[in-house]
Design a protein around this ligand. Sequence first.
Ligand code: GP9
Ligand code: MN
Length: 413
Amino acid sequence: DGTELPEIKEYIDGIQSKEKSELFGAAEGKNVIFISAESLQSFPINNEVNGEEITPFLNSLTKDDDTFYFENFYHQTMQGKTSDSEFLTANSLYPLSRGAVFFTHGQNEYHALPEMLNEEGYYTASFHANNKSFWNRDQMYESLGFDHFYGEEAYEVTKENSIGWGLKDKPFFEQSIKYLQTIEQPFYTKFITLTNHFPFELSEEDRSIEPYDSNSNTLNNYFPTVRYMDESIEQFFNQLKESGIYEDSIIVIMGDHYGISENHNKAMSSYLGKEEITPYDHIQLQRVPFFVHIPGSGKGKVMSEVAGQIDIKPTLLHLLGVDTTDDIYFGNDLFSDDRKGYVALRNGDYISDKYISTSGICYNRETGEPVVENAENEKPCAPIEEKVAQELGYSDDLIYGDLFRFVDFNKIK
Ligand code: GP9
Ligand code: MN
């Protein structure tokens, strides 16, 4: 019956940013083009393989005047993979520790980003060239407030333009433009890429760089498919410019989750030139790129604060000038200075400005050295550990109890 809500709301009140950031409303009325980049981690960004750049286009965005690039941004997904990243992005709630919330709680009441933008007069759609019921998207998208889902049947998929999981990213973006040109503006659209998915298959003709050479074919083949995705995003930017959509839009790019699991640590350590991948390194490898590109803004820069997928909903809503004071969510506006200062991972590990807490060890985030406990420095990671456990618990309460049923957001407004 929602009796837990006041306590949860009080907690949330304590972590929300109180000040409006300087960028509040900076993209008011603009279209949003959100690209969910399959399995893209941060380590290939501004890095090389066989002496060649892996992501030349994304690298150029990290230096671009109109782009904010978050270099310490973490994915927070669990077993629900892409769907967990979608859940985090839409709701600023945590996914579940087991299973996929898209399947288990697809019929809950939510107060998601697409629904909120709907109320602001936005048309909302998701584009993904896969079976509509994969991850129970068809059902969950309705609960999240998407007006339309352009699934596999909206695309011309042939043997020639497919590989691995389906339609290749270049034809995917190319074929999406005609839909973008006809839907009502302003729109919020999400594009989910597919080619850079395990096991990272790519035909010779689509390969612009050579694989890496190690004992892991997964890691070896990851680099050419990451490059292919980078090229597909560059091509999409150009097509958006040609079709006149670009000027009135902001473009957001996010890596959905890791692509290279810890099973490939040996190959990964050789690529990174390290003796081994420590628990600290493993957490740092959970960084995924996050870009916010605002054409003509001129304010872009590299943002080094710790951030995560939980922060996307309030960040985007504030950019679009939507007030979220009475909303229920666990992230922060990444452009506000008043943030909680840590990113919680679903297993209770966390990254704060100062520490990384994982496997029961408290690391100094800057140096990667375990923090030495002494009389003045007793259990330095413990206070935030407790907050993280509490926060994950509240998020679970909201989902398991379907508590959004008991909140009348219209009344609050
Ligand atoms: C499937 C695509 C990939 O539609 O989103 O899913 P993943 O395996 O990454 O969760
Ligand atoms: Mn994925």
